[in-house]
Design a protein around this ligand. Structure first.
Ligand SMILES: N[C@@H](CCC(=O)N[C@@H](CS)C(=O)NCC(=O)O)C(=O)O
Length: 211
């Protein structure tokens, strides 16, 4: 399998970390959807990161669908999702919050970087910023109330996606969600970034190297 996309994308990064925790080997090509549009387009004409080239050549996209596919491998080491209905419901709620936090962070970044300054639309930015704060406030409340184990054998999809989303936000939109207001997420992120699976897929323009 080949994971396509840069690790400065929280979506690419959560797939890289998930595949490692599941024990599924993969190669990684750090290709930018912006600076290397043509190269990406040759792999996936929709130019969406992450894309996953499966062993039979099929190209999947969307991190939720790729992690769903990965969970179906019979040789996976363990599942990153709980099986009981109640626990699954709690996990999916957290994943939804964290994915929305990623989406709102990305929308704010795109609004600032892809639009000419005079076309920046303040009402849209205010709306998206409010949604971002609401997502991280709900995550903060959740992890403050019930801290999760952050080890390679215990971390689950909800916790890893939250950690990736928070780290990404602190790189790019920390003015909107300053660390001081989110101590539980800071503690979670600090612990997660020390795990080998996170360190092997660091945020940025590097390439995943198996540890
Ligand atoms: N819901 C998708 C979001 C993926 C996404 O929006 N990725 C960004 C990179 S961070 C991208 O492909 N941007 C280029 C574009 O949308 O044209 C996922 O979970 O994979």
């Amino acid at each position: 399998m080949q994971l396509i996309g840069m690790l400065d994308s929280p979506y690419v990064r959560r797939v890289a970390i998930s595949l490692q925790l599941l024990g599924l080997p993969f190669e990684h090509q750090s290709i930018s959807v912006f600076r290397a549009f043509d190269r990406f387009h040759a792999i996936n004409p929709l130019v969406k990161a992450p894309s996953l080239i499966c062993d039979d050549g099929t190209v999947l996209m969307d991190s939720i669908l790729i992690t769903q596919y990965a969970e179906a491998f019979p040789q996976k080491k363990r599942s990153l999702l709980p099986t009981g209905l109640g626990e699954l419901q709690r996990a999916l709620r957290i994943i939804g919050l964290a994915m929305t936090a990623c989406e709102k962070s990305v929308q704010i970044v795109y609004e600032h970087t892809l639009r000419p300054a005079e076309k920046l639309h303040e009402p849209w930015l205010a709306r998206v910023s409010g949604q971002l704060v609401a997502a991280f406030q709900a995550l903060e409340d959740e992890f403050a109330k019930r801290p999760r184990a952050v080890t390679s054998t215990a971390i689950d999809q909800a916790t890893l996606t939250t950690a990736v989303a928070w780290y990404f936000s602190q790189k790019l939109v920390a003015d909107i969600v300053p660390a001081a207001g989110y101590p539980a997420l800071v503690a979670l992120s600090t612990a997660a970034e020390t795990l080998p699976e996170f360190a092997a897929a660091p945020y940025g323009d590097g390439t995943y190297r198996p540890y």
